[in-house]
Write a protein that binds this ligand. Sequence first.
Ligand SMILES: NC(=O)c1ccc[n+]([C@@H]2O[C@H](COP(=O)([O-])OP(=O)(O)OC[C@H]3O[C@@H](n4cnc5c(N)ncnc54)[C@H](OP(=O)(O)O)[C@@H]3O)[C@@H](O)[C@H]2O)c1
Length: 266
Amino acid sequence: MPNLGMGTWRMGENDAARRDEVAALQLGIDLGMRLIDTAEMYGHGGAEEVVAEAIAGRREGIFVVSKVLPQNASYSGTLAACERSLKRLRIDRIDLYLLHWPGEHPLEETLRALAELVEHGKIRHYGISNFDLEELEHAEGLKGGPRVIANQVLYNLERRGIERKLIPWCASRSIAVMAYSPLEQGRLRPDDGLRRVAARHDASPAQVALAWTLRHENVVSIPKAARRAHVLANAKAADLVLTEEDLADIDRAFPPPRRDVPLETL
Ligand SMILES: NC(=O)c1ccc[n+]([C@@H]2O[C@H](COP(=O)([O-])OP(=O)(O)OC[C@H]3O[C@@H](n4cnc5c(N)ncnc54)[C@H](OP(=O)(O)O)[C@@H]3O)[C@@H](O)[C@H]2O)c1
């Protein structure tokens, strides 16, 4: 799985923005951000259609992630939701298919459907999203649970709770942690320490924030950007290597929590 990708939440919601959204994703792909994260929820399927347009004729080498809504995640509901997503995405296989968050349908059922989708070649891998440690442990004990390859969760400078247990737990099982909203939806607290680190690298605070999520080997970051300048900046973040001094400055500005905190979600 590529470690820097692109999110698509808020894409596909209105026709006027569509051209720019497709262009942003295509630029990102050209710059090497070859993972695209989407979901049936985003724009009620509209984001998947934007992705379809962006990857048309260049599917090869692109890692497509989509998600089933919890309310659709019964056994038959998952199979049907995947078919709808494949149709909107105009591809025959999704690389990684996630349960968007834990819901009311028994997880065993969802996992059974996900395993079947792999067997039928409709998806390459499956995973989950917004699962805290207890839910992960529960999933691990179920049939098909150990085949989960990713947990997509909120992670950025201001939301560091998962560093205590969830990241190490996932790393010990080779489960990728996909950091969503790595820029806190564009609302990261402006901070002098962060600005200093950015200035040392001739970078922007957002680029430092992304590079910081990528410092863990098993963390994948999926910033969303519809603006060209943002896509250009984000692609460069993968090359930014933070020093011990940078990390210490960042810890002072955005301290990690001192005790366990429940998984935060957006
Ligand atoms: N699994 C889940 O429950 C879940 C939840 C939330 C998000 N996600 C996924 O994670 C993706 C990313 O999260 P997100 O969209 O919530 O928020 P985000 O990536 O943290 O932030 C996106 C915002 O930051 C701006 N931005 C992007 N690059 C920037 C840069 N270099 N400098 C300054 N601003 C920049 C974007 O502006 P422009 O768009 O105007 O360029 C947009 O307003 C989503 O799109 C979605 O695919 C998953």
